[in-house]
Design a protein around this ligand. Structure first.
Ligand code: HEM
Length: 414
């Protein structure tokens, strides 16, 4: 069975306030107790495809919600990924401050290109395929421990959180056993992005951890990505600072997004038991189902922040140099212009050009790994727990303040 092909790309007539002169709105958030997306997105796509939005941190940003605009903006060279020093604007910032947290996303030009070249092979489809048996072993081991904890069990704490972390750590060469040391720092660094002082302090500690780890790799190289990058530095094709940036990217972005996608995906499947049963009984649907879950789950909710380096016009409005622009991947993925019946999860959707991994020079280098994690996660669950279901009388919990949401706990029985 296949889904109906997408409608031709046409803009329905605007029915509300025109984009030009539209008022500043508060950042849309998902309805409480749900993963979203915010209900406001449909209206924005229809009536105000470039909206000026007030973010919880006080700054304003342009929100782009239509597929065509998001696809173009995310790869537009007139928009760069700002460091924490460049955006949001802060009164406590001093000229000449060191960038707080420079990850791979904020690198550009030849240094970024050199790092992408060095990482292309270890993150390639071929390389990820070669690791599949090992990834499956990790899943089975964690699930065996999870079962030991008894019923109902929290699938987030027991499996959906540790699994992508373990897979990333093994591939990259970050000792999983040291997670209690680096995770609090990584979480604090993400949280501390709002105040510069805390940001400086925790970033210094995180950098210290990565630098010490790279020293260990220099002395005792392993079969992992960081050891490979340290070797490239020795040969002069990479600079040491770029490798530190990559290490930081892994700690702050290399697994949390996957955890959130896994938790939202499993919750979405279990919330309607016929969905889980369908995948269990028709395993051939799994590759398409993974792509559909990547489209449907709205985690990429204003998480890509860009900054204009020159003025640009869109929908009759001017984005000025220095303005922040948020191409909302989660809103683009629900655009009816491209996806027929876009708010419906269609496990058989045939044509699925979702934008979940971004596009252009900074697109997600971990996309193949993330797909492999989702596939193995679902396979391992379907094999071990053919009758997995949400535990009666134990509701999943949510952080309703966060713009990107996944269940914090997912009580299940089997
Ligand atoms: C479902 C899970 C994931 C999603 C939805 C996701 C999504 C994204 C997106 C949208 C970007 C582009 C950001 C931008 O344009 O500024 C990105 C960048 C990136 N992602 Fe992922 N990601 C996921 C998992 C992973 C994993 C597992 C890894 C590695 C272990 C990873 C590593 C990276 C890195 C290093 C970048 C920066 C690339 C660059 O700047 O050149 N991601 N990711």
């Amino acid at each position: 069975m296949t889904s109906t092909p997408p409608e031709p790309v046409t803009d329905p007539p605007a029915t509300g306030k025109p984009a030009t002169g539209a008022p500043l709105i508060d950042m849309p958030v998902p309805p409480p107790g749900t993963m979203g997306p915010p209900t406001e997105y449909a209206r924005l796509r229809r009536d105000c495809p470039l909206a000026e939005v007030r973010l919880p941190i006080g700054a304003t940003a342009w929100y782009a919600t239509r597929y065509g605009d998001v696809r173009a903006l995310v790869a537009d060279p007139r928009l760069v990924r700002p460091t924490i020093n460049d955006w949001p604007p802060r009164p406590d910032r001093a000229a000449g401050d060191e960038p707080g947290l420079t990850t791979m996303m904020e690198l550009d030009g030849p240094r970024h290109a050199a790092l992408r070249r060095a990482l292309a092979e270890p993150f390639s489809v071929r390389s990820v395929r070669g690791r599949l048996p090992r990834i499956r072993q990790s899943a089975d081991r964690l699930l065996a421990e999870f079962v030991g904890g008894g019923r109902p069990g929290d699938l987030v704490a027991g499996f959906l959180e540790p699994f992508p972390l373990l897979v990333m750590c093994e591939l990259v060469g970050i000792p999983y056993a040291e997670r209690d040391d680096f995770l609090p720092m990584a979480d604090a660094a993400l949280g501390a992005m709002v105040t510069l002082e805390e940001g400086r302090e925790v970033t210094a500690r995180l950098r210290g951890y990565i630098s010490a780890l790279l020293d260990r790799k220099r002395r005792e190289p392993g079969d992992d990505i960081l050891s490979g990058l340290v070797g490239e530095c020795g040969r002069g094709s990479l600079d040491a600072e770029s490798v530190v940036s990559f290490g930081l990217s892994m700690l702050v972005a290399g697994y949390r997004t996957s955890t959130m996608f896994l938790a939202d995906s499993v919750h979405t499947l279990l919330a309607r038991p016929d969905r889980y049963a369908r995948l269990r009984d028709r395993r051939e649907l799994l590759p398409g189902a993974v792509e559909e879950l990547l489209r449907y789950v709205p985690v990429m909710n204003g998480v890509v922040v860009l900054q204009a380096v020159e003025d640009l016009e869109l929908h009759g409005r001017t984005i000025h140099a220095g303005d922040a622009v948020l191409p909302v991947l989660a809103a683009a993925n629900r655009d009816e212009r491209v996806f027929a019946d876009a708010d419906r999860l269609d496990l058989c959707r045939a044509d699925n050009p979702h934008l979940t991994f971004g596009r252009g020079t900074h697109n997600c280098i971990g996309a193949h790994l993330a797909r492999a994690q989702m596939t193995v996660c679902l396979e391992a669950l379907l094999d071990r727990f053919p009758d997995l279901h949400l535990a009666d009388g134990h509701r999943p919990t949510w952080d309703d303040q966060a713009p990107s949401k996944s269940p914090l706990t997912l009580p299940v029985c089997w």
